[in-house]
Ligand binder design. Structure first.
Ligand SMILES: [Mg+2]
Length: 343
Protein backbone atom coordinates (compact mmCIF):
# COMPACT_ATOMS: atom_id res chain seq x y z
CA UNK A 1 0.00 0.00 0.00
CA UNK A 2 1.63 3.19 -1.20
CA UNK A 3 -0.94 5.69 0.03
CA UNK A 4 0.15 8.75 1.96
CA UNK A 5 -1.37 9.23 5.39
CA UNK A 6 -4.44 11.47 5.20
CA UNK A 7 -4.29 14.24 7.82
CA UNK A 8 -7.38 16.29 6.92
CA UNK A 9 -10.60 16.06 4.89
CA UNK A 10 -10.15 17.33 1.34
CA UNK A 11 -11.95 20.23 -0.29
CA UNK A 12 -13.73 20.11 -3.63
CA UNK A 13 -14.79 23.12 -5.67
CA UNK A 14 -17.10 20.98 -7.79
CA UNK A 15 -20.14 19.13 -6.49
CA UNK A 16 -19.05 15.57 -5.66
CA UNK A 17 -21.79 14.24 -7.98
CA UNK A 18 -20.00 16.03 -10.84
CA UNK A 19 -16.42 15.34 -9.76
CA UNK A 20 -16.99 11.53 -9.67
CA UNK A 21 -18.64 9.35 -12.33
CA UNK A 22 -20.10 6.66 -10.03
CA UNK A 23 -21.31 6.59 -6.43
CA UNK A 24 -20.75 3.24 -4.70
CA UNK A 25 -23.37 3.56 -1.97
CA UNK A 26 -23.69 1.49 1.15
CA UNK A 27 -27.32 0.83 2.12
CA UNK A 28 -27.90 0.45 5.91
CA UNK A 29 -27.29 3.79 7.60
CA UNK A 30 -26.81 5.60 4.29
CA UNK A 31 -29.92 5.08 2.15
CA UNK A 32 -32.26 3.39 4.63
CA UNK A 33 -32.47 2.62 8.34
CA UNK A 34 -32.18 -0.88 9.77
CA UNK A 35 -35.98 -1.07 9.89
CA UNK A 36 -36.13 -0.51 6.14
CA UNK A 37 -37.41 3.10 5.98
CA UNK A 38 -35.61 5.67 3.85
CA UNK A 39 -33.24 8.11 5.55
CA UNK A 40 -34.18 11.80 5.25
CA UNK A 41 -32.97 13.48 2.03
CA UNK A 42 -31.75 10.17 0.55
CA UNK A 43 -34.31 9.75 -2.25
CA UNK A 44 -34.24 13.42 -3.32
CA UNK A 45 -30.44 13.68 -3.21
CA UNK A 46 -29.97 10.48 -5.21
CA UNK A 47 -32.53 11.58 -7.81
CA UNK A 48 -30.71 14.89 -8.26
CA UNK A 49 -27.29 13.22 -8.51
CA UNK A 50 -28.60 10.78 -11.10
CA UNK A 51 -30.33 13.51 -13.13
CA UNK A 52 -26.95 15.26 -13.26
CA UNK A 53 -25.38 12.21 -14.89
CA UNK A 54 -23.88 10.37 -11.94
CA UNK A 55 -24.20 6.57 -12.05
CA UNK A 56 -25.53 5.16 -8.76
CA UNK A 57 -24.64 1.68 -7.54
CA UNK A 58 -25.54 0.06 -4.23
CA UNK A 59 -22.93 -2.09 -2.52
CA UNK A 60 -23.98 -4.33 0.36
CA UNK A 61 -22.21 -6.90 2.51
CA UNK A 62 -25.55 -8.58 3.17
CA UNK A 63 -25.66 -11.80 1.11
CA UNK A 64 -29.23 -12.82 2.04
CA UNK A 65 -31.30 -10.97 -0.55
CA UNK A 66 -30.62 -11.30 -4.29
CA UNK A 67 -30.03 -8.02 -6.18
CA UNK A 68 -33.57 -7.92 -7.62
CA UNK A 69 -35.05 -8.01 -4.09
CA UNK A 70 -32.79 -5.15 -2.96
CA UNK A 71 -33.63 -3.17 -6.11
CA UNK A 72 -37.34 -3.73 -5.47
CA UNK A 73 -37.00 -2.41 -1.91
CA UNK A 74 -35.15 0.71 -3.09
CA UNK A 75 -37.70 1.34 -5.83
CA UNK A 76 -40.49 1.11 -3.24
CA UNK A 77 -38.70 3.77 -1.20
CA UNK A 78 -38.83 6.13 -4.20
CA UNK A 79 -35.29 5.32 -5.43
CA UNK A 80 -35.78 3.67 -8.84
CA UNK A 81 -33.11 0.94 -9.09
CA UNK A 82 -32.33 -1.92 -11.49
CA UNK A 83 -31.03 -5.24 -10.18
CA UNK A 84 -27.83 -4.63 -12.16
CA UNK A 85 -27.13 -1.57 -9.99
CA UNK A 86 -26.93 -3.70 -6.82
CA UNK A 87 -23.66 -5.46 -5.92
CA UNK A 88 -23.66 -7.94 -3.03
CA UNK A 89 -20.98 -9.84 -1.13
CA UNK A 90 -22.69 -13.00 -2.44
CA UNK A 91 -21.66 -12.01 -5.98
CA UNK A 92 -18.13 -11.21 -4.84
CA UNK A 93 -17.68 -14.54 -3.06
CA UNK A 94 -19.22 -16.49 -5.96
CA UNK A 95 -16.61 -15.00 -8.33
CA UNK A 96 -13.85 -15.78 -5.84
CA UNK A 97 -15.01 -19.41 -5.63
CA UNK A 98 -15.38 -19.74 -9.42
CA UNK A 99 -11.71 -18.82 -9.85
CA UNK A 100 -10.63 -21.73 -7.64
CA UNK A 101 -12.93 -24.64 -8.57
CA UNK A 102 -13.82 -26.43 -11.84
CA UNK A 103 -16.69 -25.04 -13.94
CA UNK A 104 -20.06 -26.43 -12.88
CA UNK A 105 -18.74 -27.62 -9.50
CA UNK A 106 -21.07 -28.27 -6.58
CA UNK A 107 -20.87 -25.84 -3.68
CA UNK A 108 -22.34 -26.49 -0.22
CA UNK A 109 -24.40 -23.41 0.72
CA UNK A 110 -24.90 -22.24 4.29
CA UNK A 111 -27.00 -19.14 3.78
CA UNK A 112 -29.88 -17.69 1.80
CA UNK A 113 -31.25 -17.21 -1.69
CA UNK A 114 -28.79 -14.45 -2.52
CA UNK A 115 -25.90 -16.92 -2.38
CA UNK A 116 -27.69 -19.50 -4.53
CA UNK A 117 -28.52 -16.94 -7.22
CA UNK A 118 -24.95 -15.66 -7.24
CA UNK A 119 -23.44 -19.17 -7.51
CA UNK A 120 -25.72 -20.10 -10.42
CA UNK A 121 -24.78 -16.87 -12.16
CA UNK A 122 -21.15 -18.09 -12.13
CA UNK A 123 -22.18 -21.53 -13.43
CA UNK A 124 -21.80 -23.28 -10.06
CA UNK A 125 -24.33 -25.67 -8.52
CA UNK A 126 -25.56 -24.97 -4.98
CA UNK A 127 -26.13 -28.08 -2.84
CA UNK A 128 -27.36 -28.57 0.73
CA UNK A 129 -25.48 -31.58 2.13
CA UNK A 130 -21.85 -32.45 2.78
CA UNK A 131 -22.78 -35.79 1.16
CA UNK A 132 -23.82 -34.15 -2.16
CA UNK A 133 -20.16 -34.21 -3.31
CA UNK A 134 -19.46 -30.48 -2.98
CA UNK A 135 -15.92 -29.19 -3.69
CA UNK A 136 -16.20 -26.10 -1.47
CA UNK A 137 -18.32 -24.57 1.31
CA UNK A 138 -19.74 -21.04 1.23
CA UNK A 139 -21.29 -19.29 4.20
CA UNK A 140 -23.39 -16.10 4.07
CA UNK A 141 -26.03 -14.48 6.26
CA UNK A 142 -29.01 -16.84 6.30
CA UNK A 143 -31.59 -14.74 8.09
CA UNK A 144 -33.17 -15.43 11.47
CA UNK A 145 -34.48 -18.88 10.54
CA UNK A 146 -31.18 -20.52 9.56
CA UNK A 147 -31.02 -23.69 11.63
CA UNK A 148 -28.12 -24.93 13.76
CA UNK A 149 -27.90 -28.08 11.62
CA UNK A 150 -26.55 -25.94 8.76
CA UNK A 151 -23.46 -25.11 10.82
CA UNK A 152 -23.01 -28.84 11.44
CA UNK A 153 -23.21 -29.49 7.70
CA UNK A 154 -20.52 -26.88 7.04
CA UNK A 155 -18.34 -28.36 9.77
CA UNK A 156 -18.57 -31.91 8.37
CA UNK A 157 -17.54 -30.72 4.90
CA UNK A 158 -14.68 -28.53 6.14
CA UNK A 159 -13.38 -31.39 8.31
CA UNK A 160 -13.14 -33.46 5.10
CA UNK A 161 -10.69 -30.87 3.79
CA UNK A 162 -12.96 -28.72 1.58
CA UNK A 163 -12.04 -25.05 1.15
CA UNK A 164 -14.31 -22.65 3.06
CA UNK A 165 -15.51 -19.26 1.84
CA UNK A 166 -17.50 -16.53 3.61
CA UNK A 167 -19.42 -13.70 1.95
CA UNK A 168 -18.49 -11.30 4.77
CA UNK A 169 -17.62 -11.29 8.46
CA UNK A 170 -19.77 -8.45 9.86
CA UNK A 171 -20.27 -9.59 13.47
CA UNK A 172 -23.62 -7.84 13.87
CA UNK A 173 -26.61 -6.98 11.73
CA UNK A 174 -28.94 -4.10 12.65
CA UNK A 175 -32.68 -4.76 12.62
CA UNK A 176 -35.85 -2.90 13.54
CA UNK A 177 -35.71 -4.25 17.12
CA UNK A 178 -32.00 -3.90 17.74
CA UNK A 179 -28.64 -5.49 16.99
CA UNK A 180 -28.60 -9.19 16.04
CA UNK A 181 -25.71 -11.61 15.34
CA UNK A 182 -24.50 -11.22 11.76
CA UNK A 183 -22.69 -13.58 9.39
CA UNK A 184 -19.40 -12.96 11.17
CA UNK A 185 -20.90 -14.47 14.32
CA UNK A 186 -22.12 -17.49 12.33
CA UNK A 187 -18.66 -17.87 10.77
CA UNK A 188 -17.22 -17.85 14.27
CA UNK A 189 -19.41 -20.83 15.22
CA UNK A 190 -18.00 -22.90 12.34
CA UNK A 191 -14.46 -21.65 13.06
CA UNK A 192 -14.75 -22.90 16.64
CA UNK A 193 -15.96 -26.31 15.45
CA UNK A 194 -13.34 -26.76 12.72
CA UNK A 195 -10.30 -24.65 13.60
CA UNK A 196 -10.32 -23.59 9.92
CA UNK A 197 -10.19 -20.10 8.41
CA UNK A 198 -12.45 -19.00 5.55
CA UNK A 199 -11.51 -16.88 2.54
CA UNK A 200 -13.64 -13.74 2.90
CA UNK A 201 -14.97 -11.52 0.08
CA UNK A 202 -16.96 -8.65 1.64
CA UNK A 203 -16.05 -5.08 2.54
CA UNK A 204 -13.39 -3.96 3.41
CA UNK A 205 -11.57 -6.71 1.48
CA UNK A 206 -10.40 -6.45 -2.14
CA UNK A 207 -12.75 -9.08 -3.72
CA UNK A 208 -15.79 -6.90 -2.94
CA UNK A 209 -14.21 -3.75 -4.33
CA UNK A 210 -13.05 -5.61 -7.44
CA UNK A 211 -16.58 -6.98 -7.99
CA UNK A 212 -18.01 -3.48 -7.68
CA UNK A 213 -15.60 -1.98 -10.22
CA UNK A 214 -16.09 -4.90 -12.66
CA UNK A 215 -19.88 -4.59 -12.54
CA UNK A 216 -20.16 -0.79 -12.65
CA UNK A 217 -17.26 0.04 -14.96
CA UNK A 218 -16.60 3.03 -12.69
CA UNK A 219 -13.54 5.07 -13.70
CA UNK A 220 -13.72 7.70 -10.97
CA UNK A 221 -15.79 6.15 -8.17
CA UNK A 222 -16.77 7.71 -4.87
CA UNK A 223 -17.51 5.27 -2.04
CA UNK A 224 -20.32 6.59 0.17
CA UNK A 225 -20.76 4.89 3.53
CA UNK A 226 -21.48 5.16 7.24
CA UNK A 227 -19.00 2.61 8.67
CA UNK A 228 -15.30 3.28 9.07
CA UNK A 229 -14.16 -0.37 9.25
CA UNK A 230 -16.08 -1.59 6.19
CA UNK A 231 -17.02 1.22 3.77
CA UNK A 232 -14.18 3.66 4.39
CA UNK A 233 -11.50 0.98 4.90
CA UNK A 234 -12.74 -0.74 1.72
CA UNK A 235 -12.26 2.52 -0.19
CA UNK A 236 -8.80 2.92 1.35
CA UNK A 237 -7.83 -0.63 0.32
CA UNK A 238 -9.16 0.01 -3.19
CA UNK A 239 -7.32 3.35 -3.30
CA UNK A 240 -10.46 5.34 -4.18
CA UNK A 241 -12.03 8.41 -2.55
CA UNK A 242 -14.78 8.18 0.04
CA UNK A 243 -17.55 10.24 1.64
CA UNK A 244 -18.59 9.43 5.22
CA UNK A 245 -22.17 10.36 6.10
CA UNK A 246 -23.26 10.70 9.73
CA UNK A 247 -26.71 9.09 9.31
CA UNK A 248 -25.50 5.65 10.44
CA UNK A 249 -23.24 4.07 13.02
CA UNK A 250 -20.29 6.49 13.13
CA UNK A 251 -20.25 9.47 15.49
CA UNK A 252 -17.91 12.45 15.71
CA UNK A 253 -15.70 10.95 18.41
CA UNK A 254 -15.07 7.79 16.37
CA UNK A 255 -14.20 9.88 13.32
CA UNK A 256 -11.68 11.97 15.26
CA UNK A 257 -10.04 8.79 16.61
CA UNK A 258 -9.83 7.14 13.17
CA UNK A 259 -6.51 5.52 12.19
CA UNK A 260 -5.30 6.30 8.64
CA UNK A 261 -7.20 3.48 6.87
CA UNK A 262 -10.47 4.70 8.46
CA UNK A 263 -10.15 8.38 7.48
CA UNK A 264 -12.60 9.37 4.73
CA UNK A 265 -11.76 11.83 1.95
CA UNK A 266 -14.86 13.87 2.79
CA UNK A 267 -17.39 14.00 5.63
CA UNK A 268 -20.94 15.34 5.51
CA UNK A 269 -24.18 15.05 7.45
CA UNK A 270 -26.18 13.04 4.90
CA UNK A 271 -26.51 12.35 1.17
CA UNK A 272 -27.12 16.02 0.38
CA UNK A 273 -23.33 16.22 0.72
CA UNK A 274 -23.03 14.52 -2.68
CA UNK A 275 -24.66 17.52 -4.36
CA UNK A 276 -22.34 20.22 -3.07
CA UNK A 277 -18.67 21.08 -3.12
CA UNK A 278 -16.65 20.50 0.02
CA UNK A 279 -14.90 23.31 1.94
CA UNK A 280 -11.12 23.43 2.23
CA UNK A 281 -9.50 22.87 5.61
CA UNK A 282 -6.48 25.20 5.82
CA UNK A 283 -3.62 25.58 8.28
CA UNK A 284 -4.11 28.53 10.63
CA UNK A 285 -1.26 29.22 13.05
CA UNK A 286 -0.95 26.19 15.33
CA UNK A 287 -4.24 24.76 14.15
CA UNK A 288 -6.65 24.27 11.26
CA UNK A 289 -9.51 26.43 10.00
CA UNK A 290 -12.64 25.41 8.13
CA UNK A 291 -15.44 27.93 7.59
CA UNK A 292 -15.73 29.97 10.78
CA UNK A 293 -14.05 27.41 13.04
CA UNK A 294 -10.44 26.89 14.10
CA UNK A 295 -9.33 23.65 15.80
CA UNK A 296 -6.06 22.98 17.60
CA UNK A 297 -4.56 19.99 19.39
CA UNK A 298 -3.80 20.84 23.02
CA UNK A 299 -1.92 18.73 25.54
CA UNK A 300 -4.97 16.70 26.51
CA UNK A 301 -7.90 18.12 24.55
CA UNK A 302 -8.89 19.20 21.09
CA UNK A 303 -9.74 22.92 21.27
CA UNK A 304 -12.27 24.66 19.06
CA UNK A 305 -12.85 28.39 18.61
CA UNK A 306 -15.11 30.40 16.32
CA UNK A 307 -18.61 29.81 15.03
CA UNK A 308 -20.44 28.66 11.93
CA UNK A 309 -21.66 25.41 10.39
CA UNK A 310 -21.23 22.40 12.69
CA UNK A 311 -19.83 20.24 9.88
CA UNK A 312 -17.06 22.79 9.23
CA UNK A 313 -16.12 22.59 12.91
CA UNK A 314 -15.96 18.79 12.64
CA UNK A 315 -13.76 19.02 9.52
CA UNK A 316 -11.37 21.38 11.33
CA UNK A 317 -11.30 19.02 14.33
CA UNK A 318 -10.51 16.07 12.04
CA UNK A 319 -7.48 17.94 10.71
CA UNK A 320 -6.23 18.75 14.22
CA UNK A 321 -6.82 15.20 15.47
CA UNK A 322 -5.47 13.31 12.44
CA UNK A 323 -2.41 15.55 12.13
CA UNK A 324 -1.54 15.06 15.78
CA UNK A 325 -2.11 11.29 15.51
CA UNK A 326 -0.13 10.84 12.29
CA UNK A 327 -0.11 7.12 11.51
CA UNK A 328 -1.70 6.31 14.86
CA UNK A 329 -4.96 7.04 16.65
CA UNK A 330 -5.70 10.41 18.28
CA UNK A 331 -6.05 10.01 22.05
CA UNK A 332 -6.94 13.67 22.72
CA UNK A 333 -10.38 14.29 24.21
CA UNK A 334 -12.65 15.99 21.67
CA UNK A 335 -15.82 15.64 23.76
CA UNK A 336 -16.18 19.29 24.73
CA UNK A 337 -15.51 20.53 21.19
CA UNK A 338 -18.00 18.07 19.70
CA UNK A 339 -20.64 19.04 22.28
CA UNK A 340 -20.22 22.65 21.19
CA UNK A 341 -21.05 21.56 17.64
CA UNK A 342 -24.00 19.49 18.80
CA UNK A 343 -22.29 16.36 17.42
MG1 LIG B 1 -23.91 0.85 6.57
Amino acid sequence: MSQTVRTRPEGSERALSEAYDTALLDLDGVVYFAGGDAIAHAADSLATARAGGMHLAYVTNNALRPPDAVAGHLTELGIPTEASDVITSAQAVARLISEQVPAGARILVIGGEGLRVALRERGLEPVDSADDEPVAVVQGYGGPDLTWSRFAEASYAIARGLPWFASNTDLTIPGARGIAPGNGAAVQVVRIATGAEPQVAGKPLPPMHRETILRTGAERPLVVGDRLDTDIEGAFNGEVDSLLVLTGVTDGAQLLAAPPQHRPTYVDADLRGMLTGQPEVVEAGEGFRCGGWTATAGAEHLELTGEGEALDGLRALCAAAWTSAGEGTCALDGGKALARLGL
